[in-house]
Design a protein around this ligand. Structure first.
Ligand code: DCP
Ligand code: CA
Length: 389
């Protein structure tokens, strides 16, 4: 039996949350990001602001030049996080197989779930209705047999849309669209494809695989399959995660080493606590940095043996951060940590066994205190200098 997958994405998320709180903002060009007099970029723009050419990542000063009548408001992340949790909880009521993607989007594998609603379309409408009724937000939903087609579909029908791509129609649907619409095709890949004379997804799909592979290696195989509407990726529920990641966006871009270190420490604590709660160990640590100009880099290191010890993950991530700071002294907007290559507990033999054991006991004690008194009840220090890993 074929799969049925939804991609659901909230429209102009940050702005829409603000509009629910202040209905006078509805129907107006609204920009969340902050004060245009100060340095900063657009986080979200209402659909009324977009015809002026305003988009996320654009400097606020430029946004104001393009649309002087726009209303600028400060981002309030705790509000957005709260709305996001409620949104994900609504989705989880429709299918247990849910994969949150970002703060305001998720894949849902709804194969076999449509019976109660009559059809997948009716089911998608029911989701939209609940999101609107309970949160006051509009969502756009793409329905397809695989992730990539569902995502392109939801993007295409925004805002407040619903687009169903019938089984067998995947390639035909993607074919006329600009190649930049294909997930995975960023600026760089788009440029190379343009030089190859590829404008539409259909043209990419028609290229011989060997040619795409020659230009892009294994990644070429993936985008060629996507262009042909082929995508076998499962919708991965968080419980079965292959990775755990946490990130934080700063109110102001910074290069302040102690501030970055403290945030990194907190993120590493969060991912390692999550690892331990899943009884998993990670064999890879990835640091993600986004600079003020929105350029994003990732740096990773393999962990041998795999570990879920907070101090070890932090020590590795900190090394990566220090290297990155030396390489580029640009102010940082976002910092994130991902642990992947997850596996069950290994017998850890090695010269630092006794030290690791001590750290494991420490983490266990911290976990117990937190589970009893809450996450904020205890903070671990950053004493890593003696850790030799
Ligand atoms: N966001 C951000 N900085 C960016 C992009 C997005 O802070 N460069 C935040 C604000 C967005 C939210 O993430 O509201 C979700 O991002 P989306 O890309 O889904 O954009 P929107 O939801 O704002 O608009 P759309 O209706 O196009 O999905
Ligand atoms: Ca969105």
């Amino acid at each position: 039996m074929g799969r049925h997958i939804f991609h659901i994405d909230l429209d102009a998320f940050f702005v829409s949350v603000e509009q629910v709180l202040n209905p006078r903002l509805k129907g107006k060009p609204v920009i969340v990001g902050g004060d245009p007099e100060r340095r900063g970029v657009v986080a979200a723009a209402s659909y009324q602001a977009r015809p002026f050419g305003i988009h996320a990542g654009m400097p606020l000063s430029k946004a104001r030049r393009l649309c002087p009548q726009a209303i600028f408001i400060q981002a309030n992340f705790s509000r957005y996080r709260q709305a996001s949790h409620k949104f994900m909880a609504i989705l989880a009521d429709f299918s247990p197989c849910i994969e949150p993607l970002g703060i305001d989007e998720a894949y849902l594998d709804v194969t076999g779930c449509e019976g109660h609603y009559g059809s997948f379309r009716q089911m998608a409408l029911a989701i939209k209705e609940r999101v609107h009724k309970e949160l006051g937000l509009t969502a756009s939903v793409g329905l397809a047999t695989c992730k990539v087609v569902a995502k392109v579909a939801s993007d295409l029908c925004k805002p407040d849309g619903l687009l169903e791509i019938a089984p067998g129609e995947e390639r035909h649907f993607l074919s006329p669209l600009p190649v930049a619409k294909l997930p995975g095709v960023g600026k760089k890949t788009g440029q190379v494809l343009q030089e190859m004379g590829v404008v539409t997804i259909g043209e990419l799909a028609s290229l011989p695989l060997s040619m795409v592979k020659k230009h892009f290696g294994q990644f070429g195989v993936v985008i060629h399959r996507y262009a042909n509407g082929i995508d076998d990726r499962e919708v991965e529920a968080p419980g079965e995660s292959k990775s755990i990641s946490k990130q934080v966006t700063f109110a102001q871009d910074t290069l302040e080493r102690h501030f970055l270190e403290a945030n990194l420490h907190h993120l590493c604590q969060q991912v390692s606590t999550e690892l331990r709660s899943q009884d998993k160990q990670a064999s890879c640590v990835t640091l993600k940095l986004r600079y003020a100009d929105f350029r994003t880099i990732t740096r990773q290191t393999t962990l041998k043996p795999a570990s879920n010890i907070s101090q070890i993950i932090f020590a590795i991530a900190l090394q990566l951060l220090d290297k990155a700071i030396v390489q580029s002294r640009k102010p940082i907007r976002l910092i994130g940590v991902k642990v992947s290559g997850l596996c069950g507990k290994e017998k850890q033999l090695g010269m630092f066994d006794s030290q690791r054991e001590k750290l494991e006991h420490l983490d266990k004690a911290i976990d117990q205190i937190r589970s009893k008194y809450g996450a904020a009840s205890i903070k671990a220090g950053k004493g890593i200098s003696e850790l030799n890993c």
